[in-house]
Design a protein around this ligand. Structure first.
Ligand code: DQQ
Length: 537
């Protein structure tokens, strides 16, 4: 349909057509960024999974290549599922991926290597005949045994990888070791497990420096690093991560007591973000995270559109100076797409004010805003109802929303809004008082996003562990037709949401700043940019 065409994104990663899911094997190699991804070459629903392949020199403009890994051998006849790339010494890339070997979804781990290392795009990959490298052992769950990580090298000269899986309801990161990358032995103990979390998909394990904002190669160990373990929970479709220490003698990972395992733990994103994978970009000394967002419309809509799924904007990962969480920020290359700019500063928003930001393409924009407020307003924040302690942020957002009057907040942006606000996706903060503390809630509420029926429209939300002593809260939103990707407090809390307006489309979309709290807030600065369209596959 016409509206469906208007929901296609402009600067998010998408192939021309069909279904996509997990990002696979991201790497930087000889000046080129590679992105592989789960792809159905035959339609806009999941199935017939191959590894599609695109390349870029800036992570913004993408050139599509032919699928590199597709079912062709007994060890991957029924599907080529997710996996990772490792660049071995001597500058030799290797892909490890999960092959599906029968109609019961039995999973094995395979490898593939470039057919021709002097091809700058590494177009063709071969799957040697000594595959599969790893098969499930007797007694193991053969259908929850997949998604190999990038390998890291231990001090003992052995490579290590994780596979995600489960034992009954316990989520497990299985550890395998190898000296030659070909013969892999399962470690007696997994690297980590957590009771009651169900199957772990797409694990990711990497070091972050305790100080500074550089990223590290996956094999870096030692006293100056913390480790991150991320897993994708197929029960809730959320990803959570913990920060912790990696005991290299025992080959076990121990989360810090400030980050918990399980669905109440820290999330990369409190919205639609799944099966993510990070890689070390040694050209810029940074770790970059890729995550997938599926559609929130119906499978019927997707078949009509002819496409489903996007990759979110790659994010640079750093450790929050407080050591208790990660910070995520869109790669700076994205700023090269910024066109016309609108700048506001000093406007005061009183209760009920809605101010339009005009002069940019509101359906395809990048917005950064910093709000400030008076110290006395913090005292007048609404009370955090103790009964909400048992709720998660999303439930609190569902109860309070963007229109229920508060003290300090709700204030923020109305993105993808129709002129008369029949449709809008509010991204906003509410500040609560809980004893002498404040609790900051960030929401991206899709309930009012569209007049269309049959959409999934959750009130995505997360708490923001932010110090309010400077009386400021900042927000950045990347708006792209059917996606709103938001970063609170410089990347402490991130929320991505897929929305499908019917009126607020292309040049009919508007952007507003609003305040529905009794306390005034000031726009310290607001910058909004129209975003240009890159070369996208
Ligand atoms: N998607 C892949 C699996 C992975 C899941 C199959 C996560 O390898 O566990 O397309 O979205």
């Amino acid at each position: 349909s016409n509206v469906g065409r208007l929901h296609r994104t402009a600067y998010h990663f998408q192939p021309k057509r069909h279904w996509i899911n997990d990002p696979n094997g991201p790497m930087y190699y000889n000046g080129v960024y590679h992105l592989f991804y789960q792809y159905n070459p035959k339609g806009a629903v999941w199935g017939n999974i191959v590894w599609a392949h695109s390349v870029s020199t800036d992570l913004i403009n993408w050139t599509p290549l032919d699928p590199t890994i597709f079912p062709s051998k007994p060890f991957d006849k029924y599907g080529c599922w997710s996996g990772s790339a490792t660049v071995l010494p001597g500058n030799r890339p290797v892909i490890l991926y999960t092959g599906i070997v029968d109609q019961n979804n039995t999973q094995v781990q395979n490898y593939a290597v470039p057919a021709n290392l002097s091809d700058p795009y590494l177009r063709e990959w071969v799957k040697p005949d000594n595959n599969p490298l790893i098969v499930p052992q007797a007694g193991e769950n053969k259908t929850a045994f997949r998604d190999p990580t990038t390998a890291w090298l231990g001090r003992d000269g052995r490579w290590r990888i994780l596979l995600g899986g489960k034992r009954k309801h316990r989520g497990v990161a299985f550890l395998y070791r190898s000296r030659d990358f070909l013969r892999w032995t399962k470690a007696k103990h997994p690297l980590h497990t957590a009771a009651g979390t169900g199957n772990w998909e797409c694990p990711d394990f990497y070091p972050v420096p305790k100080q500074g904002s550089n990223g590290l190669d996956t094999s870096v160990l030692g006293p100056n690093v913390k480790h991150v373990l991320k897993v994708s929970l197929d029960v809730t479709r959320y990803e959570y991560y913990t920060l912790g220490s990696y005991d290299t003698d025992k080959d076990r990972y121990i989360p810090d007591d400030t980050s918990r395992d399980g669905w109440n733990g820290l999330r990369y994103d409190y919205g639609n973000f799944y099966a993510s994978k990070s890689f070390f970009d040694h050209s810029k000394n940074r770790r970059i995270l890729w995550g997938w967002a599926n559609e929130s419309d119906t499978a019927y809509d997707d078949m009509t559109k002819g496409w489903a799924g996007i990759q979110l904007i790659p994010r640079v990962i750093t450790l929050d100076p407080n050591g208790k969480q990660l910070l995520q920020w869109p790669i700076p290359e994205l700023e090269s797409l910024r066109g016309e700019n609108v700048h506001l500063s000093g406007q005061v928003l009183k209760k009920g004010d809605v101010v339009e930001v005009t002069g940019i393409t509101a359906a395809q924009a990048d917005v950064e805003v910093t709000f400030s407020f008076a110290a006395s307003s913090l005292d007048l924040a609404e009370q955090f109802d103790p009964a909400w302690k048992t709720l998660d942020a999303q439930d609190v957002c569902g109860r309070r929303g963007s229109t229920v009057e508060g003290g300090l907040g709700p204030f923020g942006l109305l993105t993808l809004a129709s002129e008369n606000l029949e449709e809008y996706t509010p991204v906003f903060f509410r500040v609560f008082k809980a004893g002498y503390q404040h609790v900051v809630l960030m929401c991206s509420d899709a309930r009012s996003s569209s007049l269309m029926d049959g959409l999934y429209t959750p009130s995505f939300a997360g708490f923001v562990d932010v110090d309010l002593t400077d009386k400021k809260l900042s927000l950045r939103s990347l708006i792209d037709h059917s996606v709103v990707e938001s970063f609170g407090a410089r990347g402490k809390t991130c929320i991505s949401s897929r929305v499908y307006p019917t009126l607020a489309v292309s040049d009919k979309a508007h952007l507003y700043v609003f305040n529905n709290g009794t306390e005034a807030v000031k726009i310290e600065t607001l910058d909004a940019w129209s975003m240009n369209r890159p070369r996208m596959n």
